[in-house]
Ligand binder design. Structure first.
Ligand code: DX5
Ligand code: ZN
Length: 214
């Protein structure tokens, strides 16, 4: 299983220490949650902080933009060293154009779905995507409870990916722990994002290892 720890649950007073821990771990990516207080009811961090993270992180940056009008910031996200840029389906009026802009900037393109958005909305864009991020909580905060209907959505998305000959992989974000992780693996998820499960664990490196082993 590919593991992408969410830095939102890290100790922001000790970011270097926490990013070094991830560098030494089996995590394949580092998940960065950007929030604007408009698309979601919370504000996290932005480009100046991400530029500092880029200097310390040895893992590819998996950037999850929970902001309105993400198409305005494709170049800024690229300049922060993002490997993957995730935009919300619900935030993009011209999703196809945004995806082409992300790819033209040299990043992998991902689309994120809120819990209430059905996977069928992605049918026509799926062949153009590298990744689909399914939210298993309502975005905005770490430490929320997993929404169980996500398991069925992962299965549906897997079928749709096969049907449309898409090469997209499936990432799930919110309330992921060992228990929900096993169910997500069985349903067909490829990447697990985890914040609280990793950073609130007495041994975060081991928590990453356990998810990775699923
Ligand atoms: C929520 C963020 C998540 C969050 C996950 O809006 O997108 O990445 O940090 O946190 P946990 O794993 O604690 O639910
Ligand atoms: Zn996220």
């Amino acid at each position: 299983m590919i593991v992408s720890p969410s830095l939102l649950s890290a100790d922001f007073g000790n970011l270097n220490r926490d990013i070094e821990m991830i560098n030494r771990s089996e995590a394949e990516m580092l998940h960065l949650d950007v929030m604007d207080g408009v698309f979601v009811p919370n504000i996290s961090f932005g480009f100046p902080v991400m530029k500092c993270i880029q200097k310390v992180s040895k893992k590819p940056l998996d950037v999850h933009l929970m902001i309105v009008e993400p198409q305005k910031f494709v170049n800024e996200v690229k300049d922060c060293g993002a490997h993957l840029m995730n935009v919300h389906y619900e935030a993009c009026t011209h999703l196809n154009r945004v995806i082409q802009q992300i790819k033209a900037a040299g990043m992998k393109a991902g689309v994120t779905l809120n819990p209430a958005t059905p996977v069928c909305m992605l049918r026509d864009i799926l062949p153009d995507l590298d990744l689909v991020l399914l939210m298993s909580v309502n975005p905005g905060f770490g430490g929320q409870q997993f929404i169980h209907g996500t398991i069925k959505k992962v299965k549906e998305l897997k079928e749709l990916i096969n049907e449309t000959w898409s090469g997209a992989i499936i990432e799930v974000d919110g309330g992921v722990n060992l228990e929900t992780g096993i169910q997500l693996r069985d349903a067909g998820a490829d990447v697990l994002v985890a914040g609280n499960y990793i950073f609130k664990s007495p041994n975060p490196t081991e928590a990453i290892h356990l998810l990775h082993e699923l």
